[in-house]
Design a protein around this ligand. Structure first.
Ligand SMILES: *Cc1c(COP(=O)(O)O)cnc(C)c1O
Length: 374
């Protein structure tokens, strides 16, 4: 049997490698490595794909979050509500700007920020008046959109903008509306292992707001005004490479098909594993992009050992919730503060998930998991 990979980038290359080589060769021949024509073309394709009003490509998913926060002016004294069950980047950028990440525990079934707890935390911070509530960053964990129908209502109620961290969820949907078009601002990542990955770092910000679009375009290139040497605000060097845009244009052409394959594989996993481990709940009307296939089991360690014995790779996203990371020790959180996130971190496991998993490989994974439970 072909070796099972957690994410099989080689299998994708077998399919479109020659097209990607040609795309790279075109960039080498025109030589416009910075903001070449492919960058604009890719942004237009992202708008078409997501239905967002504007897409601004940038250097990484982390820069996308940073640019989004900078564009709405987040800084010292601001509280940014987010989940501790995510990758460090989500909360790191908040701290980088001198604002304070205010964590809210997750829902034990969807692993996304718990909407009721979020509302209570916003009320608490508003009453305490120590910090100014400034925005919310829900995370589309493992590719599943957060509860935007509820969270968007909080925008109306409290006037807080929402930045959806869609690093893992490009291509996912709620009721036929694509991720990254569900909120006023959203971000994604093109890190190689994400559903739509390039061959290096890359990311994008999406918005419905023309003013924010203007600002982000400027901030992406050192806060430029009419040109690069006219600087009207503080920004960063946050551009997407032309080479990466060229690669992404080719990959985007097959992305819809890949999402369908991910969906079919997830369906197979769930139908066999659903009665022996706890899979992520996919609410009615939601479609995940299946960046990861993750499940919860009290026998996680046993299952992991068994899979390793048969050379099947696994991963744990995320072994330590952010409130317990040393980097955030000054925020004063302690074990027990977010019991759901902590319990899920202890019992979650991710198994191979990519569009090129073959039926015998899927059977091998599910059978080994079932054996591991006996
Ligand atoms: C990957 C990821 C990021 C960061 O993206 P990079 O492109 O690696 O900078 C941010 N948030 C989440 C949830 C991620 O999974």
């Amino acid at each position: 049997m072909k070796k099972i990979e957690l994410v099989d980038l080689k299998a994708q290359q077998d399919k479109i490698g020659d097209k990607i080589q040609k795309a790279i060769a075109r960039v080498l021949s025109h030589g416009r490595y910075i903001m070449g024509p492919e960058v604009n073309e890719f942004e237009q394709k992202l708008v078409d794909f997501t239905g967002a009003d504007y897409a601004i490509s940038c250097a990484s998913g982390t820069d996308a979050l940073l640019l989004a926060l900078m564009s709405i002016g987040v800084g010292p004294g601001d509280a940014v509500f987010t989940t501790p069950f995510t990758f460090i980047a989500t909360a790191e950028v908040i701290r980088l700007l001198g604002a304070v990440p205010v964590f809210v525990d997750i829902d034990s079934h969807t692993f996304s920020i718990d909407p009721d707890k979020l509302k209570k935390k916003i009320q608490k911070i508003s009453t305490e008046k120590q910090l100014r509530p400034s925005c919310i960053i829900p995370v589309d964990i493992f590719g599943l959109p957060a509860d935007y129908p509820f969270i968007n209502k909080l925008t109306d109620e409290y006037g807080l903008p929402i930045i959806a961290d869609g690093a893992q969820s490009l291509g996912s949907q709620i009721n036929d509306k694509m991720a990254c078009s569900l909120t006023e601002i959203a971000t994604t990542s093109f890190f190689p292992a994400k559903p739509l990955g390039c061959y290096g770092d890359g990311g994008a910000v999406f918005t419905k707001n023309p003013e924010l679009h203007e600002k982000i375009i400027s901030m992406r290139v050192h806060g430029m005004g009419t040109n690069k040497y006219d600087n009207v605000r503080i920004g960063i060097n946050g551009r997407l490479d032309t080479l990466q845009a060229a690669i992404l244009l080719e990959k985007l052409k097959i992305f819809k098909g890949e999402l369908k394959q991910r969906e079919a594989i997830a369906h197979k996993y769930r139908s066999v594993l659903g009665n022996c481990v706890t899979c992520q709940r996919i609410p009615e009307g939601y479609k995940s992009s299946w960046a990861q296939f993750s499940f919860v089991s009290i026998f996680k360690t046993k299952i992991k050992k068994k899979l390793e014995k048969y050379n099947i790779p696994t991963a744990v996203y995320y072994p330590k919730p952010l409130h317990l990371q040393k980097a955030f020790s000054d925020l004063g959180y302690k074990p027990g503060d977010f019991p759901v996130s902590e319990a899920i971190s202890d019992s979650i496991l991710s198994v191979p998930m990519h569009p090129y998993l073959l039926d015998d490989q899927i059977d091998m994974v599910t059978q080994t998991i079932r054996d591991g439970l006996n």
